[in-house]
Design a protein around this ligand. Structure first.
Ligand code: MOS
Length: 734
């Protein structure tokens, strides 16, 4: 239409940024969340909360067995209950797959083959939720069981290497075996991590409504544009027949990157019944039938010379997934560039299990990979007899050790140094035995690395004739602060007070963004808003008859050449630009990542083995910090999940059928307030000119990377016991 478009591709570094020249001074400020009042007063509408006329309620029916063929779904008793409208059994079986971009086979009508316990096989729809739930419990699924793979240890030797997709499973350089054989010091250890659940506070929920052949679905999703495509594919309709709206999302942590079964169920039922249907998953259903992080078995080999310089790093991972699914937990992803070493190997293989689909969760790769690598680095420091920070300093690479390209920006050593000073690292005892009463005290350190990615993203920004800016994109705010930082970027670049910027998110009819995932959300969507605002500044300059570089935009006024006019005098009936950012050559010419250092002090009860975290500090560098409050909160959340990974989070699978045994938040232990001590976060100021025009790198998943390893290393420092099987529960310490 008449909208103007402006696009920028990151083919070269961009040292100049309007954000450094803005006169508003709101970038970086710890601004409260702009949507905060709506959330705390209950006026922010989440997916399950939209009203709809003639709304009916769907409840999912799960397979009560781990592997086999369904022979019959008996629903007579369920259908006879008052209020029950229908029981839908021809539900497409492939919807377990699009979750994480997995197997792309055509949908079948009705589930026949079941691959994991709890797989969705039918939907009950009723006039009330209670009737639907009651009926769902009375649906009988008859089946012929088949042999299944339910125990990791029994099938680990049959692991296969998945085909290379976006992340190659294997890379190698030099000769690790030779380096290990001739090294002065070596570590060769295996670390294991269990299946985990994202544990977002808001369970998955969808309300579906069809009108004139078009579906509108209120859902709780992280990546609206790609979720619309997945849903269209699952339903066998065209992409433009599906509109997803996710204005507020109560956490996703990976579990809402792709569509989950409830969206397909709601859409199918709503079409069949010709009325709106809501399907809200119960917590147990989220655990059973959305997605898990795979368990891992990681062998780390490190070789070092007499000076403590690494000569080899090998990181070989076994993860698990369903037969036919190729997503693997990329545990070695940070190992490619964390430290220098001539001889290098990373490898990933999959053990095929009849366990729930595995997929992305909270820093896929680094979150569990650094639990292994950073514990092994701690072990190597001890073998060599040097301080663990010194070991990392000696192995700081000058460039990417595999790709041989420069780092876009890298301040790992400054993070370690700053943290050591602020945390009081010099007081750390070199060996275990700092006993105070019943408690053994210890300190640990670990590095954090997280790849930085830019993804194609668009946003429209409209300057209205009454002098406001309206930002519109299908980008989501999953609790991260997107509403606020996008408002800050528009306010800064357009010279508007923050309360004159309105941000609309999460509507699939708005310009498509990359969504919230992979820590790319702020950099990508923020840059699309920036690109649009830069174009709007040029239009204002043109209206003023001056060069854009001569403009100062402040407090709603446009100032140049000793003239100052209200912005409303220049915008006419309004100005609108759709801005798009996309990745370019900078992705390949430089290595982009964010860095940090975690410091932990723990105490371990010498009698019971109970571990308490006493205090933690994380020092991070992620380029420009757009909002110190929301960025800090991201890091606090990551560190908290690091505590969970180190000490308590573990999905247990029944050895007989793979069923998730501990499938609620009472039995799957994420840290609660009482588990969290004093957590401190510091930022080292940075700018990354290679990342994007706003010079910000990813921060969402940086805080979890390495956090659990710092705790594991502190436990070793306290007790002299090295537990390599996470979580480090008290039974493993005694
Ligand atoms: Mo993240 S696991 O990419 O939501």
């Amino acid at each position: 239409g008449r909208d103007e478009h402006r696009s920028l591709r990151m083919d070269k570094p961009l040292p100049d940024s309007l954000l450094d020249r803005g006169a508003q001074g709101v970038i970086g400020q710890p601004i409260d969340r702009v949507e905060g009042p709506l959330k705390v007063s209950g006026r922010a509408t989440y997916a399950a909360e939209y009203p709809a006329e003639r709304l009916s309620y769907g409840v999912l029916v799960r397979a009560p067995f781990g592997s086999g063929k369904i022979t019959d779904v008996v629903a007579d008793e369920a259908k006879a209950l008052p209020g029950v409208i229908d029981v839908i059994t021809d539900y497409p079986s492939f919807i377990r797959n699009p979750q994480q971009g997995g197997e792309k086979k055509a949908p079948t009508q009705g589930v026949e083959k079941v691959d994991y316990h709890g797989e969705i096989v039918a939907i009950v729809v009723a006039e009330t939720f209670e009737a639907a739930r009651d009926a769902a419990a009375r649906v009988k699924v008859a089946y012929e069981p088949a042999e299944g793979a339910f125990v990791f240890a029994e099938h680990r030797d049959e692991a296969d290497r998945p085909p290379p997709d976006q992340i190659p499973p294997k890379s190698s350089q030099g000769d690790v075996n030779a380096a290990m054989a001739s090294a002065a010091y070596t570590v060769d250890q295996t670390y294991t991590t269990p299946s985990q659940n994202s544990a977002a506070m808001e369970p998955h929920a969808s309300i579906a409504e069809w009108k004139d052949g078009k579906l509108t679905l209120h859902g709780s999703y992280q990546m609206v544009a790609s979720d619309q495509m997945q849903l269209a594919q699952a339903l066998g309709v065209k992409n433009d027949q599906v509109r997803i709206i996710s204005r507020y999302v109560g956490g996703g942590f990976g579990s809402k990157l792709g569509i989950a079964p409830e969206s397909v169920a709601a859409a199918i039922a709503a079409k069949r019944l010709d009325r709106p249907v809501k399907v809200a998953m119960a917590r147990q259903q989220v655990f059973d039938a959305t997605v898990r992080r795979s368990n891992t078995e990681q062998r780390i080999r490190l070789a070092a010379d007499h000076d403590g310089k690494l000569t080899a790093i090998a990181h070989e991972t076994l993860a698990s997934n369903l037969p036919g699914e190729d997503y693997f937990e990329p545990a070695g992803i940070g190992t490619h560039f964390a430290y220098a070493a001539e001889n290098r190997l990373t490898d990933h293989k999959l053990v095929r299990l009849n366990w729930l689909l595995s997929g992305s969760m909270r820093a896929p790769g680094e979150a569990v990979g650094m639990l292994a690598l950073e514990a092994a680095m701690d072990e190597l420091a001890e073998v060599i007899g040097i301080d663990p920070i010194e070991l990392r300093r000696r192995n700081e690479p000058e460039q990417d050790p595999e790709k041989k390209v420069p780092f876009s920006s890298r301040q790992l050593v400054p993070c370690l140094d700053r943290g050591a000073e602020a945390f009081g690292w010099s007081a750390r005892k070199k060996t275990a035995g700092d006993r105070r009463g019943e408690w053994l005290h210890g300190m640990g350190v670990a590095a954090a690395v997280r790849s930085n990615m830019l993804q194609k993203s668009s946003a429209s920004v409209e300057l209205t004739k009454d002098g406001r800016a309206i930002v519109s994109t299908d980008m989501t705010d999953i609790g991260t602060g997107t509403y606020t930082i996008l408002a800050q970027i528009a306010a800064e670049t357009l010279g508007l007070p923050l309360d004159r910027v309105i941000v609309h998110l999460g509507d699939g009819e708005a310009p498509p963004a990359a969504g919230s995932g992979g820590s790319w959300g702020a950099g990508s969507s923020g840059s699309s808003v920036y690109v649009a605002c830069e174009a709007l500044r040029e239009k204002l300059a043109q209206a003023m008859g001056v060069d854009p570089d001569e403009l100062t935009l402040k407090d709603g006024r446009v100032i140049a050449e000793n003239r100052a006019v209200e912005i409303t005098e220049l915008v006419g009936d309004g100005m609108k630009v759709v801005g798009t950012i996309q990745p370019g050559h900078q992705e390949k010419l430089v290595r982009q990542a964010s860095y940090g250092a975690h410091f932990a002090e723990v105490k371990v009860n010498a009698v019971t083995g109970e571990v308490r975290v006493v205090r933690m500090l994380g020092v991070f560098e992620a380029g420009r910090i757009l909002n110190r409050k929301t960025a800090r909160s991201q890091c606090l959340g990551g560190m908290t999940f690091g505590i969970g990974a180190a000490l308590s989070e573990e999905l247990v699978h029944d050895r007989r059928n793979g069923k998730v045994v501990n499938r609620d938040l009472a039995e799957y232990h994420v840290p609660v307030n009482a588990d969290i001590p004093q957590l401190e976060v510091e930022f080292i100021d940075g700018r990354d000119h290679h990342a994007n025009p706003i010079h910000a790198k990813g921060i969402g998943e940086l805080g979890i990377s390495g956090a659990g390893a710092a705790i594991a290393n502190a436990i070793y420092n306290a007790t002299g016991v090295r537990v390599r099987d996470y979580p480090i529960t008290l039974d493993k310490l005694l």
